[in-house]
Design a protein around this ligand. Structure first.
Ligand code: ZN
Ligand code: ZN
Length: 290
């Protein structure tokens, strides 16, 4: 399907810059000590979700990708609740492991680098590790049993970005976070900036609205590129913040005018219905039959 001129250009071109400004203000407030980092992340997450939720309602890209009462209650809410719990456990786990092993305020070469360099390094490193795991999860069947859950819905909307198997979340929120935020030497301020940017990009990536950012798609993963990752027809775009690794490893897909025809799995029968919460959670541990 081809995209035409935007029906609501103010929302199409204005939503993302507005969210960037809000995120920038939150980062500034935390770095100046006006808000604690935890409060800033909580506030930014809440504001970003409310804004994109409203934009999805006012200007959905495709009605058939929209959230319904059934998809929210029967599928998403249990996974959202689980994701919140797993993320909290992972965050505490990262702090506990790191407090026993490494200095709190950064160390080594990176610890002495300017804040911007540390933050950019963190985002590039996070996404390189996620790229490697994510591509492997799309390649090896046992890992696909974990990650396929994120692809099993045939829709694409903002709350869906929390529909993940907890093992996927442990890889990103525990293993990768521990390595990048605690073991590379970057300081807590750089880790905070990276987490704020990561939160914005991951939320925006799943919005069901005609948001366009032009050339910025070659710098940051967003709505226009992550939708190809959820297309049933074609893979690609394994990064979650920056497309540099996809560009480098030739998996980048960006076709500004085209919308994928079908979302979700090529063969939906190959994966448990995600509304069957326990079946989806236990799927990676089941014996393969073929
Ligand atoms: Zn994927
Ligand atoms: Zn996704």
């Amino acid at each position: 399907m081809e995209l035409d001129k935007p029906a609501k250009p103010v929302l199409t071109y204005g939503t993302y810059p507005t969210l960037v400004l809000i995120t920038g203000a939150g980062i500034w407030a935390a770095l100046r000590g006006i808000l604690s980092p935890g409060a800033a992340i909580g506030l930014l997450t809440g504001i970003t979700i409310v804004v994109v939720f409203a934009v999805e309602r006012i200007n959905p890209l495709l009605d058939r990708w929209s959230m319904t009462k059934h998809s929210l209650v029967e599928r998403d809410l249990p996974f959202i609740g689980l994701a919140v719990v797993v993320e909290q456990i992972a965050t505490v786990g990262v702090s506990l492991v790191a407090s026993a092993a490494v200095p709190k305020d950064g160390f080594g070469l990176l610890g002495r680098a300017p804040l911007v360099v540390q933050a950019v390094f963190a985002l590039l490193a996070l996404d390189l590790l996620w790229y490697a795991y994510h591509r492997a999860a799309h390649t090896f069947s046992r890992l696909w049993r974990v990650h396929g859950l994120h692809h099993s819905p045939s829709q694409l909307y903002v709350l869906m970005h929390q529909v993940f198997h907890p093992l996927d979340l442990l890889v990103s929120r525990f293993v990768i976070s521990l390595v990048v935020f605690k073991l590379t030497g970057i300081g807590p301020a750089a880790a905070f900036i990276a987490i704020a940017v990561l939160g914005l990009q991951q939320t925006v990536s799943h919005v069901n609205s005609d948001l366009r950012t032009g050339w910025l798609n070659y710098v940051l993963i967003g709505t226009e590129t992550h939708r190809y990752h959820h297309a049933a027809e074609k893979g690609g775009n394994f990064g979650s913040v920056v497309p540099v690794w996809d560009i480098l490893f030739r998996t980048f897909v960006y076709e500004p005018r085209r919308i994928p025809d079908r979302m979700g799995l090529i063969d939906p029968a190959s994966y448990p219905d995600p509304r069957r919460f326990h079946a989806a959670l236990s799927w990676p541990f089941r014996r393969a039959t073929a």
